[in-house]
Ligand binder design. Sequence first.
Ligand code: ZN
Length: 275
Amino acid sequence: MHKRLTLALSAVLAVAAFPAATQQPADPIIRESATPNIKIRNEDGSVRGGLRCGVKDPSQAERDAVDRGLRQFRKETNFGALAASAVGPITIPVWFHIVTKSKNGVVTGNVTNAQIADQMQVLNDAYAGRGFSFTLGGTTRTSNSRWFDGCGRSGVESAMKSALAVDPAHNLNIYSCKPGDLLGFAYFPNSFAETDTRHGVVMLHSSFPGGSTANYNEGDTATHEVGHYLGLYHTFQGGCAAPGDSVADTPPEPALHSVARWVAIPAPAVASIRS
Ligand SMILES: [Zn+2]
């Protein structure tokens, strides 16, 4: 019964017609020409400059539009009563799409099942007590050099995702590849319709737990990007000052290990964040 309630809530929230903000930038992802702020270790040991995350922070006008949409959503769905009836965290099935590259007999990007299991553990630990848990929906493995090297470019990204995505309205799809000089990127819930295959997380293959990207190989890239997927902004937006992530009593800081605002966050989870 509890499970069913949780699933029902999850399904309602996943497919409800939360309005896509019309003021989203044309491309909410930083893809090129950005100033590097981290060093990423390549497979051959060399180092290149990169960005931790390619997600652009929305403007105040965009955030206001999201807030209006959230208020309307809560009103139309009787959200409070629905959330109050749910027991336990919302469970999100996760599909991993491991894209690899093969060149001269050398395969790059082969994330192991053990690394995927470790990543799931990191995700569940990070969001424990925040209203969400994650289960492994499945794993696909695809050898495609074009997708592997080009998944940071919007055209290739879209082609890859439309081929691999599993029902994005009800599953979190995580794509492992090499997204340019980014560790990862994701879209906010309001960026597209829930069924749009662009939803999900794209992350650097070597940023999984145990991967070769030193300092960024403990699984936190996925945790950070899943935060965006769930609706979190960078908490350091506004220069580490209020309003931070829009939750008054969460200190503004450059960390995303807390879930604060998504259309699906149940009231009890919000309460636990605020306690
Ligand atoms: Zn980010």
